[in-house]
Design a binder for this molecule. Structure first.
Ligand SMILES: NCC(=O)N[C@@H](Cc1c[nH]cn1)C(=O)O
Ligand SMILES: [Zn+2]
Ligand SMILES: [Zn+2]
Length: 473
């Protein structure tokens, strides 16, 4: 009978067409935060639909609502792609979620190569979306294609939910899923998401927790239009100085959040939990070297991991409206918008976090005594997610990893946010598992994002082995 070994060797043989598949995906500039690229996001969804249809998947594009742009204009959100492969009542049903949109990228950001061309250098495939999340989505398609070519019985029905707005807060997705709770989602037995990374570079892991996110925009308005700093400087209150002062009051230098009320929401760490973190194989020096940082906020392994996964963190992302180009433009910006976010953990509700943040900012503003106009706008809010990793579903994931890599996986959490994870868990009331295939140094969201050829190919094998293991549950 055809089994895992035949499957693994065909995956090896199909390495080149699988890389070509990823190349095609990366070349579509499906940047979700850029309204001008919306057509490309839709093109990526159409192209993926065709790939899934070649496997016999019945696909439907579910119309999403409208997105309100800052200028008041409304544009269509990209549709969500639903797919169904197999409808055998005697089999269980797996839901696979992935996203087809990417973060913005430009060669001028410091990429060594064109971000929208997949380029292989030393066994690494560079390109925006190669690891987040086009590589893993293509790996699902590769795995199913190989099982079908070998005429293997896929022991499970598969449903797909693939979206095009994940990198912009999954706008509209929860509403669509809620509407399909009693139809498309009603027979789902497990959900699997491959959209995060290993803790290291060599050892695979399974992930059972994610942080949520609350994202804010702080606006300071000086006047109607930008002013010449030589002509008007000294007579008006500088909006950028107001904003920088405010943003500098959010954290201590070591990252400790200074916003009252947040710390109290976080559940205390138990002894059992600490013991779990102590056992995790994680090398701080390698971590520093991977991200090219000389000194961390703490050099204690458990604290580093907890700061990434278990505690909230605040990051300042950027300023809209401020001069940021090369050269020395002498302008007083008329309106600046600071963007920051807080990664939140269990116990932190976005509404309660919003209140603490807004109160803190308004309080700071009153101390500043600036006559400029100040406002705070929460932009996104999603809860943290934690799953039961003792569930048999996780054992199927672990068995797949053992088959491919011959090792027991690490059980990790992840500091980033995939807002829909909790939605799947709540709507299906079934177990959700994150099964990453990329390595810790893939640099998602950053310059020179990559996936190793070996991770892409072995990852395809893991997903195929996992589909086989699910048939045993
Ligand atoms: N691979 C998951 C990921 O990168 N998620 C994004 C989600 C997000 C939320 N708001 C904007 N993007 C993340 O930044 O964690
Ligand atoms: Zn992602
Ligand atoms: Zn991402």
């Amino acid at each position: 009978m055809t089994g895992y070994d035949e499957c693994a060797s065909l995956i090896e043989k199909k390495k080149i067409p699988f890389i070509e598949r990823l190349r095609h995906a990366v070349e579509i500039k499906s940047v979700s935060n850029d309204p001008a690229a919306r057509k490309e996001v839709c093109r990526m969804i159409d192209w993926t639909q065709k790939e899934l249809e070649k496997l016999g998947t019945k696909c439907e594009q579910i119309k999403n609502g409208k997105q309100k742009l800052q200028n008041g204009e409304e544009i269509d959100l990209p549709p969500v792609l639903f797919g169904t492969l197999g409808n055998d009542k005697s089999k269980k049903t797996l839901l696979v979620y992935g996203h087809l949109d990417v973060q913005p990228a430009d060669k001028s950001d410091g990429w060594n190569t064109d971000p929208f061309k997949l380029i292989e250098i030393d066994g690494k495939l560079y390109g925006r979306g190669s690891t987040d999340d086009k590589g893993p989505v293509m790996a699902w398609i590769n795995a199913i294609e190989v099982m079908q070519e070998l005429k293997m019985d896929i022991p499970i029905n598969i449903k797909f939910v693939l979206e095009g707005m994940e990198e912009s807060g999954s706008e509209g997705l929860d509403e669509i899923l809620m509407k399909h709770k009693d139809s498309f989602l009603s027979d789902v037995d497990f959900t699997c998401i491959s959209d995060n990374y290993w803790l290291g570079k060599t050892k695979p892991c399974i992930t059972y927790g994610l942080r949520g996110i609350c994202y804010y925009c702080v606006e300071v308005k000086v006047c109607k239009q930008d002013l010449h700093s030589g002509v008007f400087g000294g007579t008006v209150h500088d909006g950028m100085s107001d904003l920088c002062w405010i943003l500098s009051q959010l954290t201590e230098v070591d990252g400790t959040i200074k916003i009252n009320g947040l710390k109290e929401m976080v559940a205390p760490v138990t002894d059992e939990e600490r013991a779990l973190y102590e056992k995790i194989d994680f090398d701080i020096n390698e971590y520093k070297n991977d991200i090219k940082v000389e000194k961390l906020t703490t050099e204690d392994k458990v604290k580093v991991l907890m700061n990434r996964w278990r505690f909230p963190s605040l990051s300042v992302h950027g300023v809209e409206g401020a001069f940021s180009g090369p050269g020395a433009k002498t302008v007083i910006p008329c309106k600046v918008k600071g963007k920051f976010s807080i990664r939140i953990v269990e116990g932190m509700e976005p509404e309660a976090v919003d209140k603490c943040v807004t109160d803190h900012l308004n309080n700071l503003w009153s101390q500043r005594k600036s006559p400029n106009h100040f406002s705070v706008h929460p932009l996104q809010g999603s809860l943290a997610w934690v799953a039961d990793y003792n569930h048999p579903h996780y054992q199927a994931g672990a068995a797949a990893i053992r088959k491919v890599y011959g090792v027991e996986p690490d059980y990790t959490r992840e500091g980033c946010s995939i807002p829909v994870t909790l939605t799947f868990q709540e709507l299906t009331q079934k177990n959700v598992m994150l099964l990453p295939i990329g390595a810790c140094d893939d640099m998602a969201h950053s310059q020179n994002e990559k996936i190793n050829v070996s991770n892409y190919i072995e990852g395809t094998k893991v997903l195929a082995a996992y589909l086989m293991e699910l048939g045993k549950l």
